[in-house]
Design a protein around this ligand. Structure first.
Ligand code: TRP
Length: 366
């Protein structure tokens, strides 16, 4: 394979991706229909406020701008890094409830929500795509390596090494060109672009035909990373430092009471030296839209207690409509299922078209 994927240092490609994101953001406002957003989550559990501020709000914003948006639930991907699969269906439906409650609405916006296991045309791209990357490229993917290491996996299944190729199928089957993701997904986007380019070269341009696939770009969200309530690591349900969207107001208050702060009474915004306090101030700021500095100045000698009370109130108020909507949706399992089935049907229509183009380019049409 010539021109091996180099996987630019995530931190370096991060800077470049941030710059590109700014240009795309400006154009999205003017030409929303030029784009198709494709993004998604693994169905491993309910979403928390890190997802809400980090990605959900952004998806809702894009959908409301009129950008055609595909939200996929990566159920197959769960099999690559989780032994347990008994809750996939339940988690998938919970994800849909979180999406809808946050303001995504397939009936009112150009939004399609579906599990990728229900779109065979997407999965079918996997076979030609696997022939376009080398084993070495798969095993050098920094995000995959990191996942293997942090999970302490000894016997790594082939799905773990190949899921980034499936992610390329997810993005390319619908010709997605904008992928709102976090930094850790940048290597997968490099692989997706490489696969798109190699396919376009080998099966299209070199044969004097029109290319099939776009070159998808990451859209990095502006929200700074949200730390867990311990203030030291990323918010995540498994680390027990997360506030879930589905939590009650009391549960939210209790979680925040236990949040880590520091010994200093006077509240100041100092992310470097006081990361725990800064994180709580940032969360309040995300709810009230005031700057963290202004909130800190207002609380001042009120100390950690007042900081926590302010956050509890702001967050519960911010999430109240979402949580009410969640309850309403939980009582409608048939509707949730229908959203997924309708989404899968629409996704398949798109996938059938792409797969036909792909077959034609590969000289497999009968
Ligand atoms: N890999 C993503 C994650 O672990 C989930 C995912 C699968 C995804 N396919 C995608 C994200 C396509 C964006 C685009 O969270």
């Amino acid at each position: 394979m010539s021109d091996e994927i180099q996987y630019t240092d995530i931190n370096k490609s991060f800077e470049a991706a941030v710059e590109k994101s700014k240009i795309i953001e400006a154009d999205l406002l003017v030409n929303p229909k030029k784009y198709r957003v494709l993004t998604g989550d693994r169905p491993t559990g309910n979403l928390h406020i890190g997802h809400y501020f980090g990605s959900l709000q952004n998806r809702v914003r894009l959908a409301n701008l009129g950008v055609p948006t595909m939200i996929l639930i990566a159920d197959y991907q769960v099999l690559t890094d989780h032994d347990a699969f008994d809750k996939i269906s339940q988690n998938t439906k919970q994800l849909v409830i979180d999406y809808l409650a946050a303001g995504l609405n397939p009936e009112k916006q150009d939004v399609i929500i579906y599990p990728h296991s229900y779109v065979p045309e997407c999965n079918q791209l996997m076979l030609p795509f696997l022939t376009l990357v080398s084993n070495a490229e798969l095993s050098r993917n920094p995000t995959v390596k990191e996942e293997i290491e942090s999970a302490g996996l000894k016997n790594v299944n082939a799905g773990m090494y190949t899921y980034p190729v499936h992610q390329a199928c997810d993005i390319l089957f619908c010709k997605g060109n904008i992928v709102p993701v976090g930094k850790d997904q940048l290597p997968h986007l490099e692989m997706t672009r490489t696969i798109a380019n190699r396919f376009n070269r080998k099966f299209c341009l070199d044969m004097g035909k029109e290319p099939v696939f776009p070159e998808p770009q990451a859209l990095l969200s502006k929200t700074p990373m949200i730390l867990g309530l311990d203030g030291s690591q990323k918010m995540s349900k498994s680390r027990n430092n997360a506030i879930m969207l589905c939590a009650t107001e009391d549960e939210t208050a209790k979680m925040i009471k236990k949040a880590k702060t520091d010994g200093e009474r006077n509240i100041t915004y100092d992310p470097v030296n006081r990361p725990e306090v800064a994180n709580l101030l940032m969360l309040i700021s995300l709810c009230t839209k005031e700057t963290p500095e202004a909130i800190a100045a207002r609380i001042g000698e009120g100390g950690g207690g007042m900081l926590k009370n302010t956050l509890t109130e702001a967050l519960n108020e911010e999430l109240r409509p979402l949580r009410e909507e969640r309850k309403r949706l939980e009582a409608q399992p048939d509707y949730i299922r229908q959203v997924l089935l309708n989404g899968a049907e629409k996704a398949r229509e798109i996938g059938i078209k792409t797969l036909n183009e792909v077959r034609e380019r590969m000289n497999m049409m009968i």
